[in-house]
Design a protein around this ligand. Sequence first.
Ligand code: ADP
Length: 212
Amino acid sequence: MSPIELNKRQDTILQIVKENGPITGEQIAERLNLTRATLRPDLAILTMAGFLDARPRVGYFYSGKKTMTTASESMMNLKVGDFQSLPVVVSENMTVYDAIVQLFLEDVGTLFVVDEGSYLQGVLSRKDLLRTSIGTQELTKIPVHIIMSRMPNIVYCKKSDLLIGAAKKLIERQVDSLPVVNETEKGLEIVGRLTKTNVTKAFISLAETHDL
Ligand code: ADP
């Protein structure tokens, strides 16, 4: 097993927890002037690799041992919820023109389409919008529900799913992103967005933590 190398932020977190643990994720984030969401991947990796222990309602504390957790063991524990991004959601009746503007404003590659109750109805990718743009001049008149990929053919995942399972869905279905949802009786509530970039970031975190 090679020595484990942490990135600078992970080192700082470890130092904070060593000196102040038990300490909550929220409190660590405050000390670093970052949001809890930004720290989530680092905390997940440090916990998976055995540097930190996490107790519900208590917080993180330094486990004091350099465990022999392998990269593959850590990988099999990473969850979608630790790496997901914020979703960008538009309504079914938004025009294709406005959806394109939204794509640029929010700087994302995929928009999720919801009905009036905010439940997932479809997905709009860059190429869905491009295809329509070269085929018609009426972009300000066509609502996105005409051109989107729609339920029940949308592939999605949940926060608690293993990241590796969601990554497989991205590759097998040849899509760039998955909506992260809560399954309810009324439909799928969108709580996040998992992209190939999120998976790539997790891959880099693993390499940094395990000195691959
Ligand atoms: P692009 O078309 O910009 O390369 P994708 O590869 O993500 O982006 O999308 C390919 C096609 O699959 C598009 O028609 C899109 O609407 C659809 N699509 C994208 N994401 C999903 C998903 N999670 N579930 C089902 N269909 C999807």
